[in-house]
Design a protein around this ligand. Structure first.
Ligand code: 2P0
Length: 329
Protein backbone atom coordinates (compact mmCIF):
# COMPACT_ATOMS: atom_id res chain seq x y z
CA UNK A 1 0.00 0.00 0.00
CA UNK A 2 1.21 3.49 -0.81
CA UNK A 3 1.58 5.72 2.25
CA UNK A 4 2.11 9.44 1.85
CA UNK A 5 2.20 12.68 3.83
CA UNK A 6 3.44 16.23 3.48
CA UNK A 7 5.11 18.58 5.92
CA UNK A 8 6.13 22.21 6.11
CA UNK A 9 9.06 23.13 8.33
CA UNK A 10 10.67 26.53 8.74
CA UNK A 11 14.29 27.50 8.60
CA UNK A 12 15.97 28.78 11.75
CA UNK A 13 18.93 30.94 12.65
CA UNK A 14 21.18 30.39 15.61
CA UNK A 15 21.84 33.18 18.11
CA UNK A 16 24.44 31.01 19.81
CA UNK A 17 26.03 28.99 17.05
CA UNK A 18 26.55 25.29 16.47
CA UNK A 19 30.02 24.79 15.01
CA UNK A 20 31.86 21.52 15.50
CA UNK A 21 30.86 17.89 15.77
CA UNK A 22 31.38 15.26 18.45
CA UNK A 23 33.25 12.07 17.55
CA UNK A 24 31.23 9.30 15.96
CA UNK A 25 28.75 8.79 13.17
CA UNK A 26 25.54 10.04 14.78
CA UNK A 27 25.97 13.71 13.80
CA UNK A 28 26.05 14.83 17.41
CA UNK A 29 27.16 18.46 17.75
CA UNK A 30 30.21 19.33 19.85
CA UNK A 31 28.27 22.21 21.42
CA UNK A 32 24.68 23.17 22.12
CA UNK A 33 23.01 26.10 20.33
CA UNK A 34 20.09 28.50 20.67
CA UNK A 35 18.00 29.49 17.67
CA UNK A 36 14.87 31.25 16.49
CA UNK A 37 12.53 29.70 13.94
CA UNK A 38 11.66 31.90 10.95
CA UNK A 39 8.07 32.12 9.75
CA UNK A 40 8.55 33.05 6.09
CA UNK A 41 11.35 30.68 5.03
CA UNK A 42 10.19 27.12 4.65
CA UNK A 43 10.57 23.74 2.99
CA UNK A 44 7.53 21.87 1.75
CA UNK A 45 8.18 18.17 1.51
CA UNK A 46 6.11 15.24 0.31
CA UNK A 47 7.15 11.69 1.17
CA UNK A 48 5.52 8.77 -0.63
CA UNK A 49 6.37 5.25 0.54
CA UNK A 50 5.67 3.11 -2.49
CA UNK A 51 6.21 -0.69 -2.65
CA UNK A 52 6.92 -0.32 -6.38
CA UNK A 53 10.12 1.68 -5.71
CA UNK A 54 13.46 -0.13 -5.62
CA UNK A 55 15.41 2.75 -4.09
CA UNK A 56 14.69 6.03 -2.36
CA UNK A 57 14.55 9.02 -4.67
CA UNK A 58 14.97 12.74 -4.01
CA UNK A 59 13.78 15.70 -6.05
CA UNK A 60 14.82 19.05 -4.60
CA UNK A 61 13.54 22.29 -6.11
CA UNK A 62 12.50 20.40 -9.23
CA UNK A 63 15.82 18.59 -9.80
CA UNK A 64 16.78 14.98 -9.14
CA UNK A 65 19.44 15.04 -6.41
CA UNK A 66 20.98 11.58 -5.95
CA UNK A 67 23.87 13.31 -4.15
CA UNK A 68 21.51 14.19 -1.30
CA UNK A 69 20.23 10.65 -0.81
CA UNK A 70 22.77 9.38 1.72
CA UNK A 71 21.53 11.68 4.47
CA UNK A 72 17.87 11.42 3.39
CA UNK A 73 17.94 7.62 3.39
CA UNK A 74 19.73 7.59 6.76
CA UNK A 75 16.75 9.44 8.30
CA UNK A 76 14.22 7.30 6.42
CA UNK A 77 15.97 4.08 7.54
CA UNK A 78 15.51 5.01 11.21
CA UNK A 79 11.81 5.67 10.65
CA UNK A 80 11.37 2.50 8.58
CA UNK A 81 12.93 0.50 11.36
CA UNK A 82 10.59 2.05 13.94
CA UNK A 83 7.61 1.27 11.69
CA UNK A 84 8.83 -2.22 10.85
CA UNK A 85 8.72 -1.67 7.10
CA UNK A 86 11.27 -1.68 4.31
CA UNK A 87 9.34 0.29 1.70
CA UNK A 88 11.39 2.82 -0.29
CA UNK A 89 10.21 6.40 -0.63
CA UNK A 90 10.00 9.17 -3.18
CA UNK A 91 10.80 12.52 -1.58
CA UNK A 92 9.88 15.76 -3.31
CA UNK A 93 10.97 18.91 -1.52
CA UNK A 94 11.05 22.57 -2.39
CA UNK A 95 12.27 25.65 -0.59
CA UNK A 96 10.69 29.07 -0.96
CA UNK A 97 14.16 30.66 -0.57
CA UNK A 98 17.68 30.07 -2.01
CA UNK A 99 18.98 26.54 -1.28
CA UNK A 100 22.45 25.96 0.22
CA UNK A 101 23.29 29.65 0.50
CA UNK A 102 23.57 29.99 4.27
CA UNK A 103 19.84 30.32 4.86
CA UNK A 104 19.51 26.97 6.66
CA UNK A 105 17.72 25.05 3.91
CA UNK A 106 19.04 21.81 5.39
CA UNK A 107 17.42 22.71 8.72
CA UNK A 108 13.96 23.21 7.26
CA UNK A 109 14.47 20.43 4.71
CA UNK A 110 15.37 17.64 7.12
CA UNK A 111 12.78 18.73 9.70
CA UNK A 112 10.11 18.58 6.99
CA UNK A 113 11.43 15.24 5.70
CA UNK A 114 11.30 13.59 9.11
CA UNK A 115 7.91 15.11 9.96
CA UNK A 116 6.35 13.98 6.67
CA UNK A 117 7.91 10.50 6.70
CA UNK A 118 6.88 9.79 10.30
CA UNK A 119 3.35 10.93 9.51
CA UNK A 120 3.18 8.85 6.34
CA UNK A 121 4.27 5.75 8.26
CA UNK A 122 1.66 6.40 10.96
CA UNK A 123 4.29 6.72 13.69
CA UNK A 124 3.13 8.65 16.73
CA UNK A 125 6.46 10.19 17.72
CA UNK A 126 7.06 12.88 20.32
CA UNK A 127 8.60 16.09 18.93
CA UNK A 128 11.76 15.22 20.87
CA UNK A 129 12.08 11.96 18.95
CA UNK A 130 11.56 13.78 15.66
CA UNK A 131 14.29 16.20 16.72
CA UNK A 132 16.73 13.36 17.42
CA UNK A 133 16.04 11.79 14.03
CA UNK A 134 16.18 15.12 12.16
CA UNK A 135 19.61 15.73 13.74
CA UNK A 136 20.94 12.70 11.89
CA UNK A 137 20.18 14.54 8.63
CA UNK A 138 21.43 17.94 9.75
CA UNK A 139 22.34 19.30 13.16
CA UNK A 140 20.36 22.49 12.73
CA UNK A 141 17.27 20.51 11.59
CA UNK A 142 16.82 19.23 15.14
CA UNK A 143 15.91 22.85 16.06
CA UNK A 144 13.42 23.37 13.20
CA UNK A 145 11.05 20.78 14.69
CA UNK A 146 10.07 23.54 17.15
CA UNK A 147 8.86 27.14 16.81
CA UNK A 148 9.90 30.32 18.60
CA UNK A 149 13.10 30.28 20.68
CA UNK A 150 14.75 26.85 20.75
CA UNK A 151 17.68 25.29 22.58
CA UNK A 152 19.65 22.38 21.16
CA UNK A 153 21.39 20.18 23.74
CA UNK A 154 24.65 18.70 22.55
CA UNK A 155 24.20 15.70 24.84
CA UNK A 156 26.82 13.20 25.95
CA UNK A 157 25.23 9.75 25.56
CA UNK A 158 27.02 7.40 23.13
CA UNK A 159 23.68 6.60 21.44
CA UNK A 160 22.94 10.30 20.79
CA UNK A 161 19.54 10.07 22.48
CA UNK A 162 20.20 13.11 24.70
CA UNK A 163 21.19 15.25 21.71
CA UNK A 164 17.93 17.01 20.84
CA UNK A 165 16.30 20.42 20.72
CA UNK A 166 13.47 21.72 22.86
CA UNK A 167 11.49 24.94 23.00
CA UNK A 168 12.75 27.71 25.30
CA UNK A 169 10.07 30.33 24.74
CA UNK A 170 7.10 30.67 22.38
CA UNK A 171 7.54 33.30 19.67
CA UNK A 172 4.51 35.27 20.85
CA UNK A 173 6.13 35.65 24.30
CA UNK A 174 8.83 37.85 22.77
CA UNK A 175 7.92 38.76 19.20
CA UNK A 176 11.02 39.65 17.22
CA UNK A 177 11.36 40.30 13.51
CA UNK A 178 14.14 39.25 11.18
CA UNK A 179 15.32 41.08 8.09
CA UNK A 180 17.53 38.93 5.88
CA UNK A 181 19.79 40.81 3.47
CA UNK A 182 20.77 38.41 0.70
CA UNK A 183 24.15 39.36 -0.77
CA UNK A 184 24.64 36.31 -3.02
CA UNK A 185 22.28 33.54 -4.10
CA UNK A 186 24.97 31.05 -5.18
CA UNK A 187 25.53 27.81 -3.25
CA UNK A 188 28.34 28.09 -0.70
CA UNK A 189 31.81 26.81 -1.63
CA UNK A 190 32.31 24.73 1.52
CA UNK A 191 29.33 22.98 3.14
CA UNK A 192 28.92 23.62 6.88
CA UNK A 193 29.75 20.04 7.87
CA UNK A 194 33.09 20.07 6.03
CA UNK A 195 33.77 23.57 7.32
CA UNK A 196 33.21 22.44 10.91
CA UNK A 197 35.54 19.48 10.49
CA UNK A 198 38.24 21.63 8.92
CA UNK A 199 37.90 24.20 11.66
CA UNK A 200 38.18 21.56 14.40
CA UNK A 201 41.20 19.98 12.69
CA UNK A 202 43.20 23.07 11.89
CA UNK A 203 41.99 26.26 13.57
CA UNK A 204 44.11 27.33 16.53
CA UNK A 205 40.99 29.03 17.90
CA UNK A 206 38.77 25.95 17.89
CA UNK A 207 39.69 25.03 21.46
CA UNK A 208 38.83 28.55 22.63
CA UNK A 209 35.51 28.33 20.78
CA UNK A 210 34.62 25.15 22.67
CA UNK A 211 35.88 26.47 25.99
CA UNK A 212 33.86 29.68 25.97
CA UNK A 213 30.66 28.28 24.49
CA UNK A 214 28.86 27.24 27.69
CA UNK A 215 29.10 30.78 29.03
CA UNK A 216 27.49 32.14 25.86
CA UNK A 217 24.65 29.63 26.19
CA UNK A 218 23.99 30.77 29.76
CA UNK A 219 24.04 34.47 28.79
CA UNK A 220 21.68 33.84 25.90
CA UNK A 221 19.21 31.81 27.99
CA UNK A 222 19.20 34.61 30.55
CA UNK A 223 18.68 37.32 27.90
CA UNK A 224 15.72 35.39 26.49
CA UNK A 225 14.26 34.73 29.94
CA UNK A 226 14.40 38.44 30.81
CA UNK A 227 13.59 39.70 27.26
CA UNK A 228 16.76 41.80 27.43
CA UNK A 229 17.46 42.80 23.83
CA UNK A 230 20.79 44.50 24.51
CA UNK A 231 22.10 41.44 26.34
CA UNK A 232 20.86 39.23 23.50
CA UNK A 233 22.66 41.45 20.98
CA UNK A 234 25.93 41.26 22.91
CA UNK A 235 25.97 37.49 23.18
CA UNK A 236 24.59 36.72 19.71
CA UNK A 237 27.08 38.97 17.91
CA UNK A 238 29.95 37.67 20.03
CA UNK A 239 29.02 34.03 19.29
CA UNK A 240 28.71 34.75 15.57
CA UNK A 241 32.03 36.60 15.30
CA UNK A 242 33.79 33.98 17.41
CA UNK A 243 32.54 31.20 15.15
CA UNK A 244 33.69 33.06 12.05
CA UNK A 245 37.03 33.97 13.63
CA UNK A 246 37.66 30.28 14.36
CA UNK A 247 36.60 29.37 10.82
CA UNK A 248 38.73 32.07 9.20
CA UNK A 249 41.79 30.81 11.08
CA UNK A 250 41.32 27.28 9.68
CA UNK A 251 43.74 26.01 7.03
CA UNK A 252 42.71 26.50 4.27
CA UNK A 253 40.77 29.53 5.53
CA UNK A 254 36.97 29.45 5.62
CA UNK A 255 35.73 32.91 4.74
CA UNK A 256 31.95 32.93 4.53
CA UNK A 257 31.67 36.74 4.51
CA UNK A 258 31.88 38.86 1.39
CA UNK A 259 32.51 42.60 1.35
CA UNK A 260 28.80 43.41 1.53
CA UNK A 261 28.42 41.21 4.62
CA UNK A 262 31.04 43.31 6.39
CA UNK A 263 29.48 46.61 5.30
CA UNK A 264 26.08 45.44 6.56
CA UNK A 265 27.56 44.44 9.92
CA UNK A 266 28.94 47.97 10.25
CA UNK A 267 25.58 49.50 9.35
CA UNK A 268 23.69 47.38 11.90
CA UNK A 269 26.14 48.26 14.67
CA UNK A 270 25.73 51.92 13.75
CA UNK A 271 21.92 51.59 13.91
CA UNK A 272 22.06 49.98 17.36
CA UNK A 273 24.36 52.71 18.61
CA UNK A 274 21.76 55.23 17.51
CA UNK A 275 19.11 53.47 19.62
CA UNK A 276 17.54 50.98 17.18
CA UNK A 277 16.97 47.53 18.75
CA UNK A 278 18.74 45.42 16.14
CA UNK A 279 21.49 42.78 16.14
CA UNK A 280 23.24 40.91 13.34
CA UNK A 281 24.14 37.31 12.78
CA UNK A 282 25.80 35.49 9.86
CA UNK A 283 25.95 31.74 9.17
CA UNK A 284 27.92 29.61 6.72
CA UNK A 285 27.18 31.97 3.84
CA UNK A 286 27.40 35.70 3.13
CA UNK A 287 23.82 36.65 4.01
CA UNK A 288 23.19 39.03 6.89
CA UNK A 289 20.39 38.29 9.29
CA UNK A 290 19.24 41.31 11.29
CA UNK A 291 17.09 40.44 14.30
CA UNK A 292 15.10 43.39 15.58
CA UNK A 293 12.17 44.64 17.62
CA UNK A 294 9.02 44.77 15.45
CA UNK A 295 8.87 48.57 15.68
CA UNK A 296 12.43 48.77 14.28
CA UNK A 297 11.71 46.56 11.26
CA UNK A 298 10.98 49.32 8.73
CA UNK A 299 14.13 51.26 9.64
CA UNK A 300 16.27 48.10 9.48
CA UNK A 301 14.78 47.02 6.15
CA UNK A 302 15.28 50.48 4.61
CA UNK A 303 18.86 50.70 5.87
CA UNK A 304 19.82 47.24 4.53
CA UNK A 305 17.95 47.69 1.23
CA UNK A 306 20.05 50.83 0.68
CA UNK A 307 23.34 48.97 1.02
CA UNK A 308 25.13 48.52 -2.33
CA UNK A 309 25.37 44.79 -3.14
CA UNK A 310 22.27 43.67 -1.25
CA UNK A 311 20.31 41.76 -3.91
CA UNK A 312 17.20 40.76 -2.00
CA UNK A 313 15.52 41.48 1.31
CA UNK A 314 13.43 38.85 3.07
CA UNK A 315 11.36 39.88 6.09
CA UNK A 316 9.85 37.56 8.62
CA UNK A 317 8.62 37.15 12.14
CA UNK A 318 9.09 34.10 14.35
CA UNK A 319 7.41 30.95 13.12
CA UNK A 320 5.96 27.66 14.37
CA UNK A 321 7.43 24.17 14.44
CA UNK A 322 6.93 21.46 11.84
CA UNK A 323 3.39 20.97 10.52
CA UNK A 324 2.35 17.71 8.90
CA UNK A 325 -0.58 16.50 6.86
CA UNK A 326 -1.52 12.98 5.79
CA UNK A 327 -2.28 12.56 2.08
CA UNK A 328 -5.44 10.65 1.18
CA UNK A 329 -4.54 7.09 0.12
C1 2P0 B 1 24.04 27.10 13.23
N1 2P0 B 1 25.27 26.38 11.24
O1 2P0 B 1 24.05 26.97 14.47
C2 2P0 B 1 25.36 26.95 12.54
C3 2P0 B 1 26.05 28.25 12.37
C4 2P0 B 1 26.02 27.12 10.28
C5 2P0 B 1 26.68 28.20 11.02
O2 2P0 B 1 23.99 24.71 11.87
O3 2P0 B 1 26.65 19.10 9.15
O4 2P0 B 1 23.85 22.31 7.96
O5 2P0 B 1 24.24 19.14 8.52
O6 2P0 B 1 24.91 19.03 10.93
O7 2P0 B 1 23.05 21.83 10.32
C6 2P0 B 1 24.69 24.62 9.69
O8 2P0 B 1 25.02 23.32 9.90
O9 2P0 B 1 25.32 21.06 9.58
C7 2P0 B 1 24.63 25.25 10.99
P1 2P0 B 1 25.27 19.50 9.55
P2 2P0 B 1 24.17 22.10 9.40
O10 2P0 B 1 23.00 27.40 12.61
Amino acid sequence: MIKAATARARSNIALVKYWGKAEGTLNVPAVGSISITLDALWSDTEVVFDPALETDALVLDGERRPDGLVRVSACLDILRELAGVGTRAAVVSSNNFPTGAGLASSASGFAALVGAAARALGLQLEPRQLSIIARRGSGSAARSIFGGFVEMHAGAAPDGLDSYAEPLLAGKEWPLDIVVAVTSTGEKAVASGSGMRRSARSSPYHAAWLKTHQADMALCRQAIRTRDFEALAQVAEASCLKMHAAAMAAVPALIYFNGVTVECIGRIRQLRKSGVAVLFTVDAGPQIKAVCAPDARAAVRDALADMPGVVQIIETGLGPGVETRACPS
